[in-house]
Design a protein around this ligand. Structure first.
Ligand code: TRP
Length: 328
């Protein structure tokens, strides 16, 4: 029997999740949970790298965890845990910080992008070290694979470099983790085809939205600007609503494609159809979410158990780390 590989997946606790998280991450996590050993990390310390205000982090972590559970993440199979509650993350982060240069971290495209918006004067030491903490997250559990979107690939590359460097400097302890890209391209937000769905852009459908909210939000979505009247011909390939049909209403896409192009189908009708399918997709989710919202003790127990299991795994790795460094 070959040993199952380990997957380490993580998200920063941004609060309630949206359809983009479902399509881009959660569906993938759930489909992988039988064939791999999975660890699901709530990266709460990472939230502090861009904003030290911690007042909402706990509540956002719980809201996000409820969405994970409602989407089908099974905590009996895969521990769910907060980074801040497993001290070994901080410890390994410290050791790793000696194994990568500041210059290399400054070249990280994700930081570069933020520096452009922020100005280097405002980038903290902790923010520069964001990928070093992420490397500790992954390698503490000896993650072989990391399910991420393409924006995270540079971070995973830094994890690989750090693993290689540690193994060479001391003794082989770590695998070199690989990104595992999701198959469905990222979901556009409601405000245009070229922007991804994100909380900060305020263009989301939340997994917890009511059917009325879903309808209201989708009704206002941007479509082909040249299709002004109902019978004008439209271009599905530039329409975000068509992308939603592809994802949530796959059996009707060819008909919708044809009817949009010919002008037989108007945008309002097209939007209502997709809103109904999204509502149907989210129905079981909404039910499970309501259960957890009414049983917060259960959610906290799940988190506590996950943290217990993760801690044991993390401590085992740290014993090996200290032995490899002859510091045990
Ligand atoms: N950087 C990830 C994000 O913003 C969150 C994250 C932190 C993560 N640690 C991780 C993702 C470890 C995967 C593995 O989405």
């Amino acid at each position: 029997m070959t040993k199952k590989k380990t997957i380490l997946s993580g998200m920063r606790p941004t609060g309630k999740l949206h359809l983009g998280h479902l399509v881009g991450a959660l569906e993938n996590w759930v489909s992988l949970q039988n064939d791999f050993n999975n660890y699901h990390l709530i990266a709460d310390y990472h939230s502090l790298t861009t904003n030290p205000d911690s007042s909402e982090i706990y509540q956002n972590s719980i809201d996000m965890l409820i969405d994970w559970l409602a989407a089908g993440v099974d905590p009996a199979k895969s521990p769910v845990f907060r980074q801040s509650q497993i001290k070994e993350h901080s410890e390994l982060h410290l050791i790793f910080s000696m194994l990568i240069t500041a210059a290399r971290l400054e070249r990280n495209p994700a930081v570069k992008e933020q520096v452009r918006d922020l100005n280097i004067e405002n980038v903290t030491f902790g923010h520069l070290g964001y990928p070093v903490l992420q490397a500790a997250d992954i390698l503490l559990y000896k993650g072989d694979l990391v399910p991420v979107g393409d924006d995270q690939v540079p971070h995973v590359e830094i994890s690989r470099e750090i693993a290689r460097r540690f193994n060479k400097q001391y003794k082989k302890v770590f695998p070199e983790p690989e990104p595992k890209l999701t198959s469905f391209a990222r979901l556009p937000g409601l405000d245009g085809m070229d922007k991804k769905m994100s909380k900060s852009a305020d263009n989301t459908v939340l997994l917890s939205d009511s059917p009325q909210d879903i309808q209201k939000k989708i009704r206002k979505a941007v479509t082909d600007p040249l299709k002004i009247r109902k019978n004008d011909p439209g271009r599905p390939e530039i329409c975000l609503i068509f992308t939603y049909h592809q994802k949530f209403n796959p059996s009707e896409t060819s008909q919708i494609d044809a009817d949009c192009r010919s002008g037989a189908l108007g945008c309002v009708e097209c939007k209502m159809r997709v809103a109904n399918r999204v509502t149907e997709t989210l129905a079981p989710f909404r039910e499970k979410r309501a259960h957890y919202e009414n049983h917060l003790d259960e959610v906290k127990t799940i988190l506590g158990e996950g943290e217990g299991r993760a801690r044991i795994r993390a401590q085992t790795t740290m014993v090996e780390v200290h032995e490899a460094m002859a510091m045990g």
